[in-house]
Design a binder for this molecule. Structure first.
Ligand code: MLT
Length: 217
């Protein structure tokens, strides 16, 4: 199935001619859209390709990537379905835009970080790296995939009213035990991102581009 057939409204920005062979998959938070993270993507990895889908689920008119029953309580059946659907979209989009050889890095905020974490924990091989900004545990995997060689940044808020610090610790240990190379950044505030998060994400991406990006054009 092609990316268009999978029906995600999305933006695609091709890589610059001298850009790295990397595609950032930008995943917005609740109420966001496919335009929200384009400038963040450009800052984090100048010249990389950007693929930015809009979540298909609507919660009171606000786009999301999967349904929830309440704040922090996810509809696990819908999450599983949407995780598969988004993974297929990423694969199909890379093929239809001719960038199969690119490494793929997710950059997700909040609900977007949660679906990125869900993909990491259930569909191995989609993401080579992920910057998860204010994520929470999407589900506790019974049998997590091996994530050796996958680099993950978790940017969490010490006073986040949505994600408890214990939840961040649990996600860190799940990813860690699966073999991912996990870096954790603690922001002194809440769920909103601060400059320090953006600096941490930039530092992480710069070092990933130097060392973690193994595939070549
Ligand atoms: C979620 O539903 O994914 C999280 O609670 C974050 C949010 O979107 O508020």
């Amino acid at each position: 199935m092609t990316a268009q057939e999978l029906g995600f409204r999305h933006r695609f920005v091709p890589a610059a001619q001298d850009g790295p062979p990397v595609t950032l998959v930008l995943l917005h938070g609740t109420g966001g859209n496919e335009d929200d993270l384009l400038s963040l993507g450009r800052e984090l990895a100048p010249g990389a390709a950007l693929l930015s889908p809009r979540g298909k689920v609507l919660e009171n008119g606000l786009p999301r990537f999967f349904r929830r029953l309440a704040e922090g309580i996810f509809d696990q059946q819908d999450l599983a379905l949407r995780t598969t659907e988004l993974s297929k979209f990423v694969t199909a989009a890379k093929e239809s835009y001719g960038i199969q050889h690119h490494s793929t890095v997710a950059v997700g905020y909040s609900n977007g970080a949660n679906i990125a974490a869900s993909i990491l924990l259930s569909v191995p091989g989609i993401f080579d790296g992920a910057a998860l900004l204010r994520p929470m545990v999407p589900f506790v995997p019974f049998d997590p995939p091996r994530l050796d060689g996958v680099h993950v940044l978790l940017a969490a808020g010490e006073r986040d009213p949505i994600v408890e610090t214990g939840n961040t610790d649990l996600l860190t240990s799940i990813l860690d035990s699966a073999g991912a190379d996990v870096k954790l950044h603690w922001h002194p505030g809440g769920h909103e991102l601060g400059q320090d998060d953006l600096f941490a994400a930039k530092r992480w991406m710069d070092s990933w581009l130097l060392t973690g990006s193994k595939r070549t054009a």
